[in-house]
Design a protein around this ligand. Structure first.
Ligand SMILES: [Zn+2]
Length: 319
């Protein structure tokens, strides 16, 4: 080693020593932000389909985990018929409320299966099937849900978020959803948030993304922002079936690459242990509903049990 190189080396050693001491002092004096994740689900079940592994791993690390069900899934007629043992064309508002009650209970149970607390579930109580209309409404008018006939937030197993925070429900309008989400982000101060992806085939899932994205911007959120895919197009997931030892795959369907509109491989792949995949399966099974005319409904949900969970980062460039 030459003399000059030695001097340079010493200089760097001193520099690293100083910066090391500085970081250590900084770490001692500045409170580290506790890890806190929030999973936003358009309907009860999306949180476990997309994030059951993430939830388990975060809880095991001692992180805080909250799940926010934006609707309580009260707009699914074939499921309301299955729950109330009626024909699909016979279900009325009370049957949709029975479904809503069941799905809220299922979300609470599923969270407990993943070692979370049932009370870490927030139910916003916005109308299933109408999130796209709410997001796209330009006059902020109050919407009445066609299935339950409700026009304001509600929850049946617990109190809906707006009522618990403000003493009264929020009307079904665009600004109510956004305000509730901004308030939640401000209160919970998450370090990571998860929501359904903008390319999802279900309008409620796309609208959940738009609302959460806008709320994050409004709240000045600076943490990580991940999306997950449920109704991927033209078909999803692959390989089909419960395959806890196999990762997700991109495949061609009728000449088109699935998932449509998303990069593959995905930017974030989180491996699950066999035990975590097994618990994910149990948490999805906790959402079992007899859906009239759709016997494949449950097995489709269970096919998200893979050896990993995959996420995209559509806002990475703006954060
Ligand atoms: Zn959904």
């Amino acid at each position: 080693m030459s003399h000059n190189r030695l001097r340079v080396c010493l200089k760097f050693t001193v520099l690293f020593a100083i910066s090391g001491a500085f970081s250590a002092a900084f770490a001692q004096t500045s409170p580290t932000r506790p890890e806190s994740i929030v999973v936003f689900a358009p309907h009860p079940d999306d949180e476990v389909i997309g994030c059951a592994g993430i939830i388990q791993q975060a809880l095991a690390r001692g992180a805080k985990v909250k799940v926010v069900d934006i609707t309580s899934g009260d707009g699914f007629d074939a499921a309301a018929a299955g729950v109330t043992h009626k024909a699909v064309n016979q279900v009325g508002p009370d049957d949709f409320l029975a479904l809503s009650r069941l799905r809220q209970t299922q979300s609470r149970n599923a969270l407990e299966i993943l070692s979370g607390k049932a009370d870490d579930l927030f139910v916003l109580g916005y109308p299933d099937g109408e999130l796209g209309n709410l997001y796209n409404s330009t006059d902020d008018k109050v919407l009445r849900q066609q299935f339950t006939k409700k026009n304001e937030t509600y929850a049946l197993i617990q109190t809906d978020y707006h009522t618990s925070a403000h003493g009264k429900p929020a009307p079904y309008r665009r600004s109510s959803v956004l305000d509730d989400l901004v308030e939640l982000l401000t209160t919970l101060q998450p370090t990571e948030i998860y929501v359904t992806d903008e390319t999802d085939g279900h309008i409620d899932h796309r609208a959940a993304f738009w609302f959460v994205r806008d709320a994050a911007k409004q709240a000045g959120y600076k943490g990580a922002f991940y999306t997950f895919l449920v109704h991927g197009l033209p078909a999803w997931p692959f390989p089909p079936g419960v395959t806890p030892t196999q990762p997700f795959e991109s495949r061609k369907v009728d000449g088109e690459v699935a998932p449509r509109g998303l990069p593959w491989p995905p930017p974030r792949r989180v491996p699950l242990t066999p035990e975590q995949a097994q618990r994910k399966l149990k948490s999805i099974q906790a959402h079992n509903i007899p859906v009239v005319g759709m016997p494949e409904h449950q097995s489709e949900m269970e096919s998200f049990v893979k050896s990993e969970e995959v996420f995209w980062t559509p806002l990475a460039s703006s954060h």
